[in-house]
Every structure is written in structure tokens, then in C-alpha cells.
Design a binder for this molecule. Structure first.
Ligand code: HEC
Ligand code: HEC
Length: 619
């Protein structure tokens, strides 16, 4: 290395931003590890090399990313559910600041001087720039849609942001604040929550899955991928390569890539798999062709690993075993464990924790071939943005929020217990041996066999899975003026919604905006949407979905054929069967949409007459 390069590397090395967003961050001096515990709502400080927890601070709901602020003794954390950024002293853990942010802040990275923080926002897709010393929001930039991954270029002149539902990578020039380039992967790319840059070469690495919506089969629906994009010109001839990590380990399959990290010397890449609880170690090749070469076999780690960070000297690797509430340190040369440290456990029941482990894993007995987990399509209970071509017809993956109160399940109400997803575990999709003892009655094609069997109360594990599946709640809509306070348009829309001449509230009734009820016969409705999909086998009547949170769950209807809420009321309601909307003018339609986008504007009750018994006790 010549002197200039040495100087350059030395001055650039404090910029941790190229590693991208993560639940775990290493201090620039290598003496501290900060870990964000999403389900506990805390951040922990772990001293190194001792691997001892020295502080733990409760900060609020759903921390999703943490970074050290330059080389200052500060850490910054995003709170996804509370729309805030929190600053803590990295030595004491004492909270020193809190800033309200736009909706759903996910990833956060810092510049090397610690004078700027950059944050990706999932919905509606923004990137914000923060001055941490003044705790001020300096700039709001438009990134892609559903920004999650975020990384800062080594020269600190550009940000790279990944879209969660498409894997698309967007470059934002920090001079102009605008998008200057995009890299679009394959149309099936999905769940890209992290992006990493090579410390010296112009390459971006994205860990994500591919969701093949036309194949409902354990070995063919969900694929683990690593996509590598070249970031430099020639822009007209963009080069990207995507590696199927399913065959990377020979016959052994890895599932649900979560994030990756690269050693600061740029030589080793660590890719983490949250569905199979393991990690690949690869040599990074400087060949612009093969790119990576496997070193050894997949390294087994703890349950549902969600973060991997490499020490500054490249000699140790830290993995956050998310569902074991533990960080492990591995020796990079041997991959032996050299220390562990406990982090916060959420104040949840053991059953909830077990349920989340089962929901997140692609191992037996959930899946027979390691390919698919419930979380592959329902990441943390959120939708994957996909319309699956199920045997019974096209079905969009719904949000699982509010599920405990909106039984029966599925658009066709063919399940009445969350435990009935035992049928999914044992289906061709997952091919698991299942959680219930013994055999299940054979599922008759397109018949609601599930309604004839009782699946609850027969297996502690299956009940735990149901309890977790029933536990997702809502955050208030960002489209309101404050808790309980609607805009003028939304107020007018609310009147229309409840107007008998329009009729929405006859079916979208009660605090969950659904007349779903476990009282038989189930109330299914033909709202004229059943004939738009020639592959439909069991329509045209469907269970009324909740409208809470619809502002962010496009596309709409069971088959996803309505791209917007306006389409639901207009182009998808030609027969005027889905409420009466034909007589409404454009201002009234806009008001109705404004009202729907405001839901929920207050927290719905935790108990209704239709709430099931497998719910997490309130603490
Ligand atoms: C391949 C993607 C995929 C996988 C894997 C998957 N689901 Fe789903 N899930 C869907 C789709 C699509 C629907 C909508 C189907 C329908 O309504 O007919 C759905 C519906 C549901 C619902 C009903 C929601 C409601 O509001 O009615 C629940 C509960 C659910 N899934 C839980 C699970 C569980 C538990 C697992 C693992 C055992 C699982 N899913 C695996 C895609 C998936
Ligand atoms: C007769 C009962 C009924 C009435 C009246 C009704 N809905 Fe619905 N709504 C449903 C059903 C059933 C579905 C699911 C249809 C499907 O997926 O094909 C649905 C779906 C929706 C969806 C899509 C939700 C999603 O997540 O995909 C929206 C939005 C919606 N309704 C809004 C309204 C509005 C606004 C009105 C009044 C103009 C209204 N509905 C009137 C029963 C009704």
C-alpha cells in the first residue's frame, strides 16, 4: 500500500456506515457492543473483550436498529413503533435525547464524525437526515418504497437504501438529496431488510429471499439469495449477480437470509440465516465474476439469528441469537465460540417466546425440507406484499394484526382456530411433520375440513404457535392529526362510511371494522369480487377483512387486484355490490379514502365478544 492509500484507509476507517443498519453495533474503539432487543424494548451495552452486560436501558416499543454516533460515546436507536430516535450514553446507557420522527423509522447509520445520522423509514418510504448534537431533523428525502436497509458510502457522499418488498436498491446523492441511481433485481425478490457495502470496492451486498408466488411447494416457493450489485459506471451496462444460497452449501439448504457483514479488511463475508439458525462464511473474491467462495460448512448458531458484526481487527465475529436473547462471539479463524453474553428477554410468556421460535423456523417439525417458515411470508406478522397463487385461487398475504379478534380465518373463513395452521405445516407448502400427535383427517380439496376438527388444547407447542400468531397489534395511523383526531376530510369520510346509503359499516362493523364472528353460520359476503380471478375455486363469498392498518397493506382484496383504496371503491366495484359507491362524487370518494387511511385513529379494545382465548396475558 502506498502512503496515500494508508492515510485514506486510516481516515475512512471510523465510518461504520458501510456495514449498514443492524440490531447490533460495535464501538469504533472495539470496547463496546450495543444491542437493540426488539421485543423487550431495550438496548444493552456489552463490554469487550469481557462479554459482560454493563447496562440495559428500556427505551420503548420495537427498537429496530442501533449505531454508535461516530466515535463519540453515544449510541442512536430507532423506535419503529413509536416513530422516534433515542440517544444513549454508550458508557452508562443513560438516555440523553429523544426526537420524534416520521413513521416507521427502521435502519440508522452514522457518518464518521458523528455529526449526521441517516434513517430509513419503512412506510411511506422516506429517508431522514438528523443532526444528533442538536437533535434536529435536517432533511427528509424520498428513497424507494418501504425503505429498510441503509448504508453510507465510504466517502460519505451517498446513501444506499433497499426496498423491503422488492429488493430494489436506490442510491441517494447527499449533495442534492435526490435519487441518482437504482438497481432492480428479479421480480420475485423480497424481504431485503439490510444492505452492506464493501469497505473499498464499489459493491453492495443484499441478503433477501425470492418469493415464487406461482409455486406452492416446500422446495419451490421461497429461495435464499445474496445479490451483489456493482455501484460504479458503466451505468448503461449495470452489473448485478444474484446467488442462490440454497445450493451454496451442497445439499444442505439455508433459509430466510436476514443480514450480512463484511470484515473491515474486506476479505470475508458472513451471511446469516434466520430460518435455519446458521451462517455462511465466504471469501470475497476480487474477480467481478464468482464474487464469493465458501469457507467450510454452514456454521450453526442460536435461534433466529438477526444480526452479525465483525470486529475491527477482523478476528472475531458477533452473532445475535435473537430468540435466545444472547450474543455469541466466534473466533473468525476457527468459528469456535469464545464467549456469550445475555441480553434482555421480553416480558412475554414462555408460550409466546416458544410460539415465535416455531413461527420463525424452517427446521423440523415446522418444515420437512428446511425451505419455508411461517415468517418467510409473514415476517414478524407483517405482509410480504405478495399475492400467492394458492390451489383455491389467488390470495394476498394479509397482515396478522388484530387476528385474535377477527376469527374465523382466511378470506374464505375455512379455519376457526389459529391452531388449524397445523394443516399448513403438514401441507405441500411446508411439508413439516407437525406439532399435533398422530394423524390429521385428510384435507379434502376445497372443503373446510379444518372446521370439523378441534386443533386447540392438544399440543403445547401448537397452542404456543397460535398464541404468538394471535398476538400482533396495531400502531396508530400516521395519517391522523393526533390520537383520536381525524383530519377534516377523514371526518367527512367517517360520516359517509357510517351512512346507510353507502353501507360500509354494515359489514365493516365494530372496533375492528369487521363483522367476522365465530358464531355459526359464518357471515360471508359476495361483494362482486369473486369473478375477477379465473383460478378461483371457492368464491365468490368472503369473510370481511379488518380495515385497521389498510393505509399500508396495498394491494387490496383477496386477489390483490385493487392497487389502491380508491380502486376498491371504483374500478373494483363496478356492480355497486361492495357498499354503494356509484352515486358518490370524487370529493366524497376522496373523503372515504381519507377515513380508511386514518385507521386506526385510536387503539381498539384488547377484548371483544369475538376475542379468542389463546391470547397473551396483558402485562
Ligand atoms: C407461502 C407463503 C405463506 C406461508 C409460508 C404461510 N402463510 Fe399464512 N398466509 C399466506 C397467505 C397467502 C394467506 C391468505 C390465505 C387465505 O386467506 O386464504 C395466509 C393467511 C394466514 C392466516 C389468516 C389471516 C387472516 O386474517 O385470516 C394466518 C393466521 C396465517 N396465514 C398463519 C400462518 C402460519 C402460522 C404459518 C406457518 C405455519 C403460515 N401462515 C405460513 C401465506 C403464507
Ligand atoms: C356486504 C358486506 C360489505 C360491505 C357493505 C362493504 N364491505 Fe368492504 N369488504 C367486504 C368483504 C367480504 C371484503 C373482502 C372481499 C375480497 O377480498 O374480495 C371487503 C374488502 C374491503 C377492502 C379491502 C381490504 C383489504 O385488506 O384488502 C376495503 C378497503 C373495503 N372492503 C372497504 C369498504 C368500504 C369503504 C365500504 C363502503 C363503501 C365497504 N367496504 C363495504 C365486505 C363488505
Amino acid at each position: 500500500m502506498n502512503l496515500l492509500l494508508v492515510l485514506l484507509v486510516a481516515t475512512l476507517s471510523p465510518n461504520q456506515g458501510y456495514h449498514g443498519n443492524s440490531l447490533m453495533a460495535l464501538s469504533p474503539d472495539g470496547k463496546m457492543l450495543a444491542v437493540a432487543c426488539t421485543d423487550a424494548g431495550t438496548v444493552c451495552g456489552i463490554s469487550l473483550p469481557a462479554m459482560e452486560q454493563v447496562w440495559e436501558t428500556h427505551i420503548g416499543k420495537r427498537p429496530e436498529s442501533v449505531t454508535f454516533v461516530g466515535n463519540q460515546s453515544l449510541v442512536a436507536v430507532t423506535l419503529y413503533d413509536e416513530d422516534a430516535l433515542v440517544l444513549l450514553n454508550s458508557q452508562s446507557g443513560i438516555q440523553s435525547g429523544r426526537l420524534a420522527l416520521p413513521d416507521e423509522p427502521y435502519g440508522v447509520v452514522s457518518n464518521s464524525a458523528g455529526t449526521r445520522l441517516y434513517i430509513s423509514h419503512d412506510y411511506p418510504g422516506l429517508v431522514t437526515e438528523i443532526d444528533p448534537s442538536g437533535m434536529r431533523l435536517l432533511r427528509t428525502m424520498k428513497g424507494g418504497a418501504r425503505n429498510r436497509g441503509i448504508a453510507l458510502a465510504a466517502d460519505e457522499k451517498a446513501l444506499y437504501v433497499s426496498e423491503f418488498h422488492t429488493g430494489r436498491l436506490v442510491a441517494i446523492d447527499l449533495g442534492s438529496g435526490s435519487v441518482t441511481d437504482t438497481w432492480t433485481g428479479h421480480s420475485t425478490d423480497n424481504l431485503a431488510r439490510h444492505v452492506l457495502l464493501h469497505p473499498r470496492r464499489p459493491k453492495a451486498y443484499l441478503s433477501h429471499v425470492r418469493s415464487r408466488i406461482k409455486i406452492i411447494d416446500g422446495g419451490g416457493s421461497i429461495f435464499p439469495q445474496l445479490t451483489i450489485h456493482d455501484l460504479v459506471p458503466p451505468r448503461s451496462n449495470k452489473r448485478s449477480r444474484s446467488f442462490g444460497m440454497d445450493t451454496y452449501n451442497g445439499v444442505y439448504v439455508v433459509t430466510n437470509p436476514w443480514e450480512a457483514d463484511i470484515s473491515p479488511d474486506g476479505k470475508r463475508l458472513y451471511t446469516l440465516y434466520a430460518g435455519t439458525d446458521d451462517m455462511n462464511v465466504s471469501d470475497v473474491l476480487d474477480d467481478d465474476y464468482k464474487e464469493i467462495q465458501l469457507v467450510g460448512g454452514a456454521v450453526r448458531v442460536g435461534h433466529n439469528p438477526r444480526a452479525v458484526r465483525v470486529a475491527a481487527d477482523s478476528k472475531s465475529v458477533f452473532v445475535f441469537d435473537f430468540m435466545d436473547f444472547q450474543v455469541r462471539r466466534l473466533d473468525a479463524a476457527t468459528m469456535r465460540v469464545t464467549g456469550t453474553a445475555k441480553v434482555s428477554k421480553p416480558t412475554k410468556s414462555d408460550a409466546w417466546i416458544r410460539g415465535k421460535v416455531l413461527f420463525s423456523t424452517a427446521r423440523t417439525p415446522m418444515s420437512g425440507r428446511l425451505w419455508v417458515a411461517c415468517a418467510s411470508c409473514h415476517p414478524d406478522g407483517q405482509p410480504d406484499g405478495r399475492i400467492w397463487h394458492n390451489p383455491e385461487g389467488m390470495r394476498k398475504t394479509p397482515s396478522l394484526s388484530g387476528l385474535a379478534h377477527t376469527h374465523p380465518l382466511h378470506f374464505s373463513a375455512d379455519r376457526d382456530e389459529s391452531q388449524d395452521f397445523e394443516f399448513t405445516i403438514r401441507s405441500r407448502l411446508m411439508q413439516g411433520s407437525g406439532l399435533l400427535p398422530g394423524r390429521l383427517p385428510a384435507k379434502e380439496p376445497f372443503k373446510p375440513t379444518e372446521l370439523e376438527v378441534t386443533t386447540s388444547g392438544k399440543s403445547a407447542d401448537l397452542d404456543a404457535l397460535a398464541l404468538y400468531t394471535n398476538s400482533f397489534t396495531f400502531t396508530l395511523s400516521p395519517h391522523i392529526e393526533g390520537p383520536g383526531k381525524l383530519s377534516k376530510e377523514a371526518e367527512r369520510g367517517k360520516i359517509l362510511f357510517n351512512d346507510d346509503k353507502v353501507g360500509c359499516a354494515t359489514c365493516h362493523s365494530g372496533p375492528y371494522y369487521s363483522d367476522s364472528s365465530l358464531q355459526k353460520p359464518f357471515k360471508l359476503h359476495d361483494v362482486g369480487t369473486g369473478k375477477d380471478d379465473p383460478s378461483e375455486k371457492i368464491g365468490p363469498t368472503y369473510d370481511t377483512p379488518t380495515l385497521l392498518g389498510v393505509y399500508k397493506t396495498a394491494p387490496y382484496l383477496h386477489h390483490g387486484k385493487a392497487a389502491t383504496l380508491m380502486d376498491v371503491l371504483t374500478t373494483a366495484n363496478k356492480d355497486n355490490l361492495h357498499g354503494r359507491t356509484r352515486h358518490l362524487g370524487s370529493r366524497e370518494l376522496n373523503d372515504l379514502v381519507a377515513f380508511m387511511k386514518s385507521l386506526p385513529y385510536e387503539q381498539p379494545p384488547l377484548k371483544t365478544p369475538n376475542t379468542v382465548s389463546f391470547v397473551e396475558p396483558v402485562r
